[in-house]
Design a protein around this ligand. Sequence first.
Ligand code: OGA
Ligand code: NI
Length: 345
Amino acid sequence: MALLSDVVAESRHVPSSHITAVVDRPDLGKVDHESGSGIPVIDLQHLDGPGRGRLVAAIGSACETDGFFMVTNHGIPEAVMEGMLRVAREFFHLPESERLKCCSDDPTQATRLSTSFNVPTADKTSNWRYVLRLHCYPLETFVDQWPSNPPEFRQAVGTYSAEARALAVRLLEAISESLGLERGHMVQAMGRQKQVMAVNYYPPCPQPELTYGLPGHRDCNAITILLQDGVSGLQVRRDGRWVAIDPVPGVLVVNVGDQLQVLSNDRYKSVSHRAVVNGESERISVPTFYCPSPDTVVAPAAALVDDHHGHPLAYRPFTYQEYDQEYWRTGLDSAGCLHRFRHIK
Ligand code: OGA
Ligand code: NI
């Protein structure tokens, strides 16, 4: 795997290590940028009040039909989101030698900086991005492993990650209720839970039509909360087309990951998405991946399995560790790896 070094990022051509095969290229002219992306925008202001029932239904419907939605009035202060994006930008603007102090490609490391989505052997083409991966929960366990430069990094990221966790839990409670389950079902089904943050940095690219920030994939975890700066790049697969989800200030993007598809027995869908790069601007995005802890046995909620009414058990039980390993071993694959965990009658 070729590391995206500063030398590569600043060159005028995309090197062969980063050139995607012709059939798999982004075809940027075909992407739908029409007014709004069509994914639902849900205002969470009254989630904890009398409007809860209606909002729970809206969240459930978004998970079922779209797999993606945007949230406003989500409770994370703007200053906290700005602080997160600021230290992310400062970190990636540090000299390469400083950043490399936390560089590792070992996926088992809790803190690592790398430039590709997967373990080197599974990767065919490298991506036009740097990514810093941080474990965030429990915070005390991991914060000492995070970069200490820039000096405000740990404070700003710690504050944001705690807010993102609180939002993930609120959403998972609403999602549980939307499926007719106990409010705490999804959070409990994730055992001790795991929270991982990716700090993605996509440098401007001289030939954006030849490569990806991140090619099409589904997220491995249960639910993702994405903070992005003001630069477009995220695209979602909808009705056989790629649709851009252009950033709206203060708004977060939420999506269903593979584990929620399993826990909901296929009611809610983990949808393919990707990040493209552009010739003008760097782009920063910060997804928070909320996951079961590695030893958790993941299985569809029993109440959602009904052999006689078209909802047979869809997946065999597995540990999240088993799924995670399979996911990273597979490499980016548009087919995903959910199908390998199907229940066989
Ligand atoms: C991811 C992801 C999208 C983006 O990191 O899994 O989908 O816009 N990122 O960076
Ligand atoms: Ni993703």
